[in-house]
Ligand binder design. Structure first.
Ligand SMILES: [Zn+2]
Length: 294
């Protein structure tokens, strides 16, 4: 990869942001769910020790899988979390005793499993754009500061860890819309710079560049050499932006995803598979930071 290592290593930071901001640590009211993302912050629980036995049981017509852990405890215990149902039982408990205990507790078990399944499927809610809201920008966390201003035109001030917007109370445009517009302006500037940099290195020529807000893709390249990059990439670390830039520029030489195409990408970006996976994982959250579709 040609770019130098970013100051804020992307993955832990943005995931950290998501886990932290959305779990309410950053004073966001009504923290939205982030269950669709693998949380890198949570400690790996001892959910699958080698001695644990995976088993299934039919509870009211639903086949429920669980892990059975034998321990020195005297009673049968149940734990349900994101990873499912875990049963701890005394070493000598017969299977039918354990199963009877499960059947007895079936309502609680089914309800809780349902709850976690729904949480997993829930789409993250948009952020509340207000003073103090923390959001990702170029892979780092920025705190939004809202200041009052007498002039109608909003003024933005970007620091290392914050973005201040001076706004007139008379201004009818919402904070979210002001911010989105600002993010798109930054995105255009930053992406243009990266496209020029890599086009030169890769010795390719694109005709035009535009921003997109398509929910399904991070970038595209047309046969007419028009490159579009999703403005929401501006939330991501520069190394991820570079991956998409390099990917689209590589299409100028290979309009497909053939081994030849990937060989070009790999020449300029060391781990495209990892970048793809990271973008995929981040998509649900990055695409729902704002309420509107674009
Ligand atoms: Zn492609």
């Amino acid at each position: 990869m040609a770019s130098k290592r970013p100051r804020f290593p992307f993955q832990p930071d943005l995931f950290g942001f998501i886990a932290g901001a959305l779990s309410g640590e950053k004073k966001n009211p009504e923290p939205p769910s982030f269950d669709r993302l693998p949380s890198l912050r949570s400690e790996k629980k001892e959910t699958s020790r080698r001695t644990d036995l995976p088993r299934t049981i039919d509870l009211d017509g639903t086949s429920v899988s669980y892990l059975l852990h034998r321990s020195s405890r005297r009673t049968i215990g149940f734990v349900i979390d994101e990873s499912g149902l875990r049963v701890t039982a005394p070493k000598r408990s017969a299977i039918h005793t354990i199963e009877n205990a499960l059947i007895e507790k079936r309502k609680w078990i089914l309800d809780k499993l349902d709850y976690y399944r729904n949480r997993r499927l829930a789409k993250p809610a948009p952020l509340h754009w207000q003073d103090g809201t923390v959001f990702p920008y170029l892979g780092r966390e920025l705190t939004l500061h809202l200041e009052k201003s007498a002039t109608l035109r909003p003024v933005f001030r970007l620091d290392e860890n914050s973005l201040a917007i001076r706004l007139s109370p008379e201004n009818p445009v919402t904070v979210a819309d002001h911010l989105k517009k600002w993010l798109k302006t930054q995105a255009r500037k930053i992406f243009t710079g990266r496209l020029q940099l890599y086009a030169e290195k890769m010795n390719v020529r694109f005709d035009s560049f535009g921003l997109s807000g398509a929910h399904t893709r991070w970038g595209s390249c047309s046969a007419k050499r028009h490159i579009r990059l999703n403005w929401r990439l501006v939330h991501c670390d520069m190394s991820l932006i570079d991956y998409v830039v390099i990917h689209e520029l590589a299409h100028l030489s290979e309009m497909n995803h053939s081994p030849r195409f990937w060989a070009i990408v790999k020449k300029w970006y060391s781990d495209p598979a990892k970048a793809r996976k990271t973008l995929q994982d981040l998509s649900p959250v990055l695409f729902s930071l704002f309420a509107e579709t674009d």
